[in-house]
Ligand binder design. Structure first.
Ligand SMILES: [Fe+2]
Length: 389
């Protein structure tokens, strides 16, 4: 027979009749993801001592370690030092009512299952509590079996939520690890392309890395976003990859090029773009750099004869970085320019070959960045590192 408890002190025998084992089987559903001792701890909050004690006895009789509080304020103070898996809370209490306590619990202790205890007349409020995150509610006067069932359900729900969250977290960690692995593999394949080019054309050794770093410095001086700057770094690293498709005798020629040879070399922007398009489809900035770093502001560049702002900014940046490094590099048939000479040349052709704003930005960084060589020829070694996307 179902026993209803109102304000009368419950019969102690009936409350303790439920053995701990039964409690473990009904109330305590087992909780492999949480500390098992924690999942047996609960807090009963009620300003009415007799009802509170009735619930406390029931819970203790079912194997719970049961704390009690006479108000919402007291409950929150207690939870500062005591951990519980479950809170059974009355709705009407002075100072802080059950709904307010529930709001606080959801914010501060989201893993705690909360079951509200309400008078029948408060059912609408109790339903509102469900939308605030209560696991369930029990109406007064309550029946012990019903309390047991609701508590067991609440704890089971809490366990499932915790399992689900752990699963999501594990999944997120796996997905993140796989994304990082893919990124590493991607960068390795890109790096191997750059390495292949350096093997084929020893004069470009270090060139791509320096161009990339100069490009990053210019991008920062121009206050570009970190995302765009990272893409410029990658594009700078790869800008000459198309030279893989250039004949070796032309690439390594120790003397001035014929017109035919020059035209052959200048196919490398489009070749690089074709090679990288399948790999960098989601990175148009880097692709723009590869294709358009030999365009000129006056529209006389290659391959598309873009002029002015039609040339993507990232390509205008790498064009300046590329030219500066090329002018500073020694070739078998010529010495490199000094820093002063190279900067003077950049200034001379700013507005026809290069974007004036980019040249201005490069002048600014060239004075401040120790890794950019000056007339003494001394630089801070550029740290070689994998390009970022
Ligand atoms: Fe180039």
């Amino acid at each position: 027979m179902r026993r209803r408890v109102s304000l009368a002190t419950p019969n102690q025998d009936s409350l303790t009749a439920s053995p701990l084992q039964a409690a473990a089987g009904s109330l305590y559903t087992g909780d492999p993801t949480l500390d098992s001792s924690l999942s047996r701890r609960c807090l009963v909050v009620d300003d009415e001592p007799r009802l509170r004690q009735a619930l406390v006895r029931l819970m203790r009789g079912d194997g719970f370690i049961c704390l009690e509080a006479g108000s919402g304020v007291e409950a929150l103070a207690l939870l500062e030092t005591e951990a519980v898996a479950l809170v059974l809370s009355d709705m009407r209490m002075p100072k802080m009512d059950g709904q307010e306590l529930l709001r606080n619990l959801r914010i501060r202790y989201p893993d705690v299952a909360v079951v509200m205890i309400t008078a029948v007349a408060e059912v609408e409020v109790a339903v509102a509590c469900l939308s605030l995150g209560a696991m369930d509610y029990i109406t007064k006067p309550f029946v012990f079996e019903e309390v047991r069932a609701r508590v067991a359900q609440a704890l089971e729900k809490r366990r499932l939520l915790a399992d689900n969250r752990d699963y999501q977290e594990r999944l997120e960690v796996r997905v993140k690890a796989q994304a990082e692995r893919l990124e590493t593999l991607f960068l390795a394949s890109i790096q191997s392309l750059a390495d292949a080019l350096e093997l084929k054309d020893p004069y470009t050794r270090g060139h791509s890395v320096r161009v990339s770093q100069y490009g990053v410095a210019i991008a920062r001086a121009m206050n570009l976003s970190t995302t765009l700057t990272a893409q410029i770094e990658l594009g700078g690293h790869l800008h000459d990859v198309g030279k893989i498709g250039v004949r070796e005798e032309v690439l390594r020629k120790a003397g001035p090029l014929t017109n035919e040879e020059y035209e052959h070399i200048m196919t490398h922007p489009v070749l690089g773009w074709q090679i990288l398009q399948p790999l960098l489809g989601d990175n148009p900035v880097a692709l723009n750099i590869v294709r358009s770093h030999h365009e000129r502001i006056d529209g006389r560049g290659v391959p598309d004869k873009f002029a002015g702002d039609d040339i993507p900014l990232e390509a205008r940046i790498i064009a300046v970085a590329d030219a500066f490094d090329a002018m500073m590099s020694k070739r078998p048939y010529r010495n490199g320019l000094t820093f002063t000479e190279a900067m003077a040349e950049l200034r001379r052709v700013a507005g026809t070959q290069f974007d004036v704003n980019v040249v201005d930005a490069f002048f600014e960084v060239a004075r401040n960045e120790a890794f950019i060589p000056d007339d003494s020829g001394e630089t801070e070694a550029i740290k070689l590192r994998a390009p970022t996307r």
